[in-house]
Design a protein around this ligand. Structure first.
Ligand code: C5P
Length: 227
């Protein structure tokens, strides 16, 4: 048996604004496991492809281009830095427009294929918490624990709005809500690895829960598997 497949994985999938990133990092830290922010990979891809002027429709260009990218994560005291070809993209990838662009490139099968191995390689002992859209369905279908985080569209937009405001975002809540709806629709309806809940995932509606409550719920399930 491949050693990597014996390493436990906990997947966290779901739409934007459900708190997956924060919850994922806290769960990983409590379990002492590694953490994979798969969305960051798509965001990096999008930023680099746009800079190289390669459109999502240019399938051959994207395939060749994907071989030139070396993406690396580096843990910092309070965050995880993301580099591509030694360029620090940690800040730029966090904007809402990059998220939207990432969703466009992420709907292209050749792009998804090119980042698959990088994601699988993050499966390292003692375990991995992986956050994204297709972690439990496509990338780690054999994950030991699978969760799908959800929340009402209103709550998700408000959360994202607050996060972005701190970073100087000056758009309106209603525009943001509409942009998130379009992105989630695209992610849920694309042909390759759409955002769907895995049959064996547990759904958690985080609309009325704070981060700590979501983290505790997940940790309880991991530590008391029969509950
Ligand atoms: O999670 P995040 O907002 O950073 O993801 C950005 C975009 O990357 C998503 O809207 C989605 O289109 C894409 N993505 C994906 N599969 C993943 C993670 C992210 O398609 N596993």
């Amino acid at each position: 048996m491949n050693l990597a497949t014996t390493v436990p994985v906990l997947t966290l999938d779901g739409p934007s604004g459900t708190g997956k990133g924060t919850v994922g990092q806290l769960v990983a830290s409590q379990l002492g496991w590694h953490y994979l922010d798969s969305g960051a990979i798509y965001r990096v891809f999008a930023v680099m492809a746009e800079r190289a002027n390669i459109q999502p429709s240019d399938l051959i260009g994207l395939e060749t281009f994907s071989n030139t990218l070396v993406i690396k994560f580096e843990s910092r005291s309070n965050s995880i830095a993301v580099y591509c070809n030694d360029i620090d993209l940690s800040e730029i990838i966090r904007t809402e427009s990059t998220g939207d662009l990432a969703s466009l490139y992420a709907s292209v099968p050749v792009v998804r294929k090119s980042v698959l191995n990088l994601q699988k390689q993050q499966r390292r002992t003692p375990g991995l918490v992986a956050d994204g859209r297709d972690m439990g369905t496509t990338v780690f279908p054999d994950a030991k624990y699978k969760f799908f985080l959800n929340a009402s569209a209103e709550v998700r937009a408000e959360r994202r709005y607050k996060q972005l405001k701190v970073k100087g975002f000056d758009g309106s809540l209603s525009t943001l809500r509409e942009e998130m709806r379009l992105r989630d629709d695209r992610d849920a309806n694309r042909k390759t690895a759409p955002m769907v809940m895995a049959d064996d995932a547990k759904e958690i509606d985080t609309s009325d829960l704070n981060i700590e409550e979501v983290v505790n719920r997940i940790i309880n399930i991991v530590r008391n598997p029969t509950d």
